[in-house]
Design a protein around this ligand. Structure first.
Ligand code: NAD
Length: 487
């Protein structure tokens, strides 16, 4: 399917104004299915970044937003929810053209983003402090105050959903925002900035700047006027961000990578489990922090399971996400495609057994895009690179296991601890494995599920703190204790 795309020249949002970069430079934004330029966005400089922080700080100090009746802040978020829903076709199309995922996935992500705004709209006037029993003739209470100027650094794999995931609670809390989307996929974050202004968010409360991680990201994370950093991205970058934050004692919320176990017991609903194992890795071409990249299948069902999984995977239709018949889109960039293919080569050289895929697709229509065949390996060990690194691509390893103890130990071998899946019809097994997995989230008899109301965060190297749910408000607000002597 071919499609004519009109080149968009976009600006970034600073202090309520749409601006070019002060250095006059821009980034070309590519469609990963053919590497054609679909938009130009400003390349922010450090000065632009400082200007965005200043605007957010001024907006915070002006108190219009943070001292606004919280019910009114909630109504503005409700309006934003409606605007996202009204724009969902445009947002989904933009997301697919920019990130490469299928239109069906983008529609799901946009719907999720709208739900996040809706959920936190409802929470805006329910952020309560407490009164604390203390010795007589005293009153002690806590105030939950907004954290201040929050910096949101967003990766490229779920651009709109992850922008909304942190923007919604920050706005509900009364914080002001500097958002830096990934330089690869900034289009829907810019659109969200536009919709937030339209919904009535005051000038300077939401700033969206398009800049590189190396230049603008490093400058922002070490800025003294940032009160909290919400970083979603790779562990390598996350560690740099934490080092910079430590110098200013800036709060951090870290949502990092994963190498997630997906476990299927012999008493599982096997057809559903096969579909979930396949979708759990090949959705978004495997570019997911919560991808079920390590599947463990009970030995009594392994052979049939593997045969059917490989068969279904080999028949997946690759293509541009915008084509409704596509089942898996491309990797986001040429360099990601090369990295994934290099991992596959390593896997073969280290002795893993390639069961399907492993190459660029032979279809010449896909040659200009960043496609990689959906790939499955058997006989992978935790010592192999493909067994322990987060590949962040459509590459699955499948391994046999015998007992609960064995599979829990294999699953917990990883330094990551983001998410895990369990398939069984035995409640006892389900609960036992859920409690023994060293991960921040477990899905039982379903895979890839998160709601704006359920906490999401990593154990071990996968992160610090939680997004989503009431618990997220602990990060986006500060607690002040007030003690009064009434004697
Ligand atoms: P990345 O770390 O390369 O980039 C993430 C963001 O950080 C981008 O906006 C980038 O511009 C910025 N950045 C880069 N260098 C920086 C620096 N030195 N200082 C400040 N900012 C900098 O990650 P990515 O490749 O965009 O995303 C993929 C990673 O994100 C994977 O590891 C994935 O698991 C993780 N991820 C985690 C979650 C989660 O919720 N835990 C969700 C999605 C993605």
């Amino acid at each position: 399917m071919t499609m004519t795309v009109q080149l968009q020249k976009l600006k970034m949002l600073i202090g309520g104004e749409w601006k070019d970069g002060s250095g006059g430079q821009s980034f070309s934004i590519l469609d990963p299915s053919n590497n054609q330029i679909i938009a130009e966005v400003p390349r922010a400089t450090k000065d632009d970044a400082s200007h965005a922080v200043e605007s957010a700080k001024t907006a915070f100090q002006s108190t219009e937003w943070r001292d606004m009746d919280s019910a009114k802040r909630g109504r503005i978020l409700t309006k934003l929810t409606g605007l996202v829903r009204e724009s969902s076709d445009e947002l989904a199309r933009l997301e697919t053209l920019n990130e490469g995922k299928t239109l069906r996935e983008s529609k799901g992500d946009v719907a999720w983003a709208a739900r996040a705004f809706e959920y936190f709209a409802g929470l805006a006037d329910k952020i309560e402090g407490s009164t604390i029993p203390v010795p007589p003739k005293r009153l002690d209470y806590t105030l939950r105050e907004p954290l201040g100027v929050t910096l949101h650094i967003v990766p490229w794999n779920y651009p709109i959903a992850l922008a909304a995931r942190s923007l919604a609670p920050a706005l509900a809390a009364g914080d002001t925002v500097v958002m830096k989307p990934s330089e690869t996929t900034p289009l829907t974050a810019l659109k969200l900035g536009e919709l937030a202004s339209k919904a009535g968010v005051p000038k300077g409360v939401v700033n969206v700047i398009t800049g590189s991680g190396a230049e603008v990201g490093t400058h922002l994370v070490s800025h003294r006027d940032i009160d909290g950093i919400i970083f979603t991205g790779s562990n390598e970058t996350g560690k740099h961000v934490m080092e910079a934050a430590a110098k200013n004692v800036t709060h951090v919320l870290m949502e990092l990578g994963g190498k997630n176990p997906h476990i299927v017991f012999s008493d599982a609903d096997v057809p559903r489990a096969i579909k979930a194992v396949k979708d759990g890795i090949f959705t978004n071409a495997g570019q997911m922090c919560w991808a079920g990249s390590r599947a463990f299948i009970h030995e009594s069902i392994y052979d049939g399971f593997a045969r059917e999984l490989v068969d279904k995977t080999s028949r997946m239709k690759l293509g541009p996400g915008i084509d409704e018949s596509t089942e898996m889109g491309p990797a986001v960039s040429r360099s990601r495609q090369e990295t994934i293919l290099a991992y596959i080569k390593d896997g073969v050289e280290e002795g893993a057994k390639l069961l399907c895929g492993g190459e660029k697709p032979s279809d010449s229509n896909l040659g200009k895009g960043n496609f990689v065949e959906p790939t499955i390996f058997g006989e992978v060990t935790g010592e192999m690179k493909i067994g322990c690194d987060e590949i962040f691509g459509p590459v699955l390893s499948i391994t046999k296991f015998k007992t609960v103890d064995e599979v829990v130990s294999l699953a917990n071998e990883s330094d990551y601890g983001l998410y895990g899946g369990v398939w069984t019809s035995n409640l006892k097994t389900a609960h036992e494995v859920a409690s023994r997995l060293e991960v921040g989230g477990v899905a039982i008899n379903e895979y890839l599920v998160t709601f704006p109301q359920t906490p999401f965060g990593g154990y071990k190297d996968s992160g610090i703190g939680h997004e989503n749910g009431i618990r997220a408000m602990e990060y986006y607000t500060r607690t002040k204790n007030v003690s009064i002597n009434l004697g």
